[in-house]
Design a protein around this ligand. Structure first.
Ligand SMILES: Nc1ncnc2c1ncn2[C@@H]1O[C@H](COP(=O)(O)OP(=O)(O)OP(=O)(O)O)[C@@H](O)[C@H]1O
Ligand SMILES: [Mg+2]
Length: 219
């Protein structure tokens, strides 16, 4: 098992529970899509799955590492090695250009592969902006840069937070095809989204709806 969440609960104010005993399992080569309206806890679920946040109760295990027994530094070490993340707010570095942003995960490892980065930008139809600053990009362009950065050196687990929220249908298809290729290479993908188009384009192995703090498997 790549990732498992068992009985994960979380509340922020101590009153209203955002997650109420969520169970989830993900293997390598699998796509798990979680759909749900705004404010239902999708980002919270991903933050907990990555170890960026701690649940109030329950257990999170990533490749045999029980994140819920580790301190934040230990979790960060596991995350760096095993997790790629497409953030909801992109978290691009404004002082760097598009290509430099995409190369960041490789630079951290000391193995820059510009060809791979440029090929991804090409696939995502943003190759012509490789040397532009982030500042002048549209939201959909920023989103595609964030996707390229997460895929330039895919780790064991890919967490994607609403990765198509700013994209037109054709780009949703582009991104979905790319994500499927990465998963076929052995990565497991947990994607949370408000975008029902992903069901048709991504053809996930499993789809669940996050409702009232629980995951309800969709047919
Ligand atoms: N750090 C926080 N402090 C207090 N409340 C929070 C915090 N993070 C999330 N919440 C609350 O938890 C609930 C779930 O938030 P979350 O961001 O997980 O929703 P979401 O499903 O990702 O929404 P969206 O689709 O709009 O991104 C919301 O009501 C939100 O206000
Ligand atoms: Mg969110």
């Amino acid at each position: 098992m790549l990732l498992s969440l068992e009985g994960v609960s979380k509340s922020y104010d101590g009153v209203r529970m955002v997650l109420k005993g969520v169970d989830l399992e993900l293997s390598r080569g699998e796509i798990f899509l979680v759909l749900g309206p705004s404010g239902t806890g999708k980002t919270t679920l991903l933050m907990i799955a990555s170890g960026l946040e701690e649940p109030d109760s329950g257990r999170v295990t990533l490749l045999g590492h029980e994140l819920t027994k580790m301190d934040p530094d230990e979790r960060a070490a596991v995350r760096l090695k095993h997790v790629s993340f497409i953030f909801e707010g992109f978290v691009l570095l404004e002082d760097l250009n598009v290509l430099e942003n995409v190369l960041l995960p490789l630079r951290l490892k000391g193995s820059v592969d510009e060809d791979r980065a440029l090929k991804l930008l090409e696939r995502l139809e943003i190759r012509d902006k490789a040397h532009r600053p982030i500042g002048g990009l549209s939201m959909g362009e920023r989103q595609r840069v964030a996707i390229a950065r997460a895929l330039v050196d895919p780790r064991d687990l890919l967490l994607a937070d609403d990765p198509t929220s700013n994209l037109d249908d054709r780009r949703v298809k582009l991104v979905s095809d790319l994500l499927r290729e990465i998963v076929d290479g052995g990565t497991g993908l947990l994607v949370v989204s408000q975008d029902p188009r992903l069901r048709a384009h991504l053809r996930p192995d499993r789809t669940a709806i996050l409702e009232g703090g629980r995951l309800v498997e969709a047919q």
